[in-house]
Design a protein around this ligand. Sequence first.
Ligand code: FAD
Length: 408
Amino acid sequence: MNKNISIIGAGASGLLSSVILAKKGFNVTVFEKNTKAGRKILATGNGKCNISNENLSMDNFHSSSKDFPTYAINTFTYKKFEEFFNNLGLLLLKGSGTKVYPLSLQASSVSDILYSEALRYGVKFIFNSYIEDIKSQNNIYIIKSNNDTYKCSKLIIASGSSAMKKLGSTSSGYDVAKQYKHKIIEPFASLVQLTSKDNSIYRLSGVKTNSLVKLYVNNKFVEEKSGDILFTNYGLSGNTILDLSRNASYSLQKNKKIQIHIDILPNMSNEYLVNLFNQRKELLKTKEINFLLESLINKKFIPYILNKAYLDRNKIYINQLSKNDISNVINQIKNIKVDINDTKGFDSAEVVAGGIDVRDIDNKTMQSKLQKNLYFCGEVLDVDGACGGYNLHWAWASAFVMSQSINL
Ligand SMILES: Cc1cc2nc3c(=O)[nH]c(=O)nc-3n(C[C@H](O)[C@H](O)[C@H](O)COP(=O)(O)OP(=O)(O)OC[C@H]3O[C@@H](n4cnc5c(N)ncnc54)[C@H](O)[C@@H]3O)c2cc1C
């Protein structure tokens, strides 16, 4: 019985820990409610799997207990990650900034390699098996699934979060934790799209721009990011929005007012644009005013910007525009304001922030401080990462330090 370990969840952290523990000689059983292992891994990085990041600076990891993730990240460094996965036969691709992918750019390479390694070392997978109830008696865990009952001496909860339920995600790990008196830091959606009730931006749906994006909370500047932003028929998406969404989502949960300010021509100064528009005024005199912006910005933006710039409707031709009109146009281009009313929620989020309060978890072993031989790893804990491979790296790193600490 001492050799029996059960893992709830065949996702990123569950798979990696099953490999290490089986190699150590444990009898590992993994319970997975889905029909196969690593279903969420398959969806990562748009199917390419942004598996880690060469720059594992701690600024990219968040937790209510700021220092909690440090030990795991400093132990399972990028170098250690590379060595671990190279030894499994996974070739890596670097070169998209500091982001790292499997060389195949196929997420299935990652899950297949981990799953086959686990099978090679005798890990037993029980699929279609949803763990509904856990009890402990005389240092033995009794695990009840939808179709059977199992016993083990050590239990690992690697059940992830409720982000994107369609991939099988559940928040059942929180229930197990609560059963053993663990507290839950209120979960909120992160790396998620933002919604707006301002339907004037819905007409920009489909436009993707490289922008400078600023987040304002209660009219105060909080954070800015540069990069891709996608206008949609519900609000805003794109990597830059996902990056800002953690702060936005947290503040929305606290009923604060959120506004996003977007500069769609961040590489052109106001002065540069004044000169450019004056030249175009000369050149395009008798053309309709929309030609002022033609070929400079996406066509869908033109009526939006001209409308927001409050141009006198009687002004039809470029040579009718005043200095003040030009200045208003530039202000709109450099400061599109979008009121945000919500996020797209847990069902669309890549990750959930909050989770099991890590103050009751030992950060060197991931063992509960409240219940012996009960372990947690991955996203179920109150640790989340920025866009860029940090969430998977947390899943790997937490599973790695945990599995290293468990011995026969
Ligand atoms: C669309 C999308 C794209 C993403 N892209 C990236 C990316 O490119 N890079 C990155 O770093 N991160 C990315 N992430 C986040 C990353 O996938 C997760 O943070 C990571 O998979 C968490 O690993 P985990 O082991 O904690 O949980 P998971 O990988 O979610 O695994 C948990 C498993 O437990 C199972 N389970 C849950 N409850 C039970 C139960 N009661 N009984 C049995 N089984 C159960 C679930 O079915 C699941 O298979 C993305 C997430 C999404 C949704």
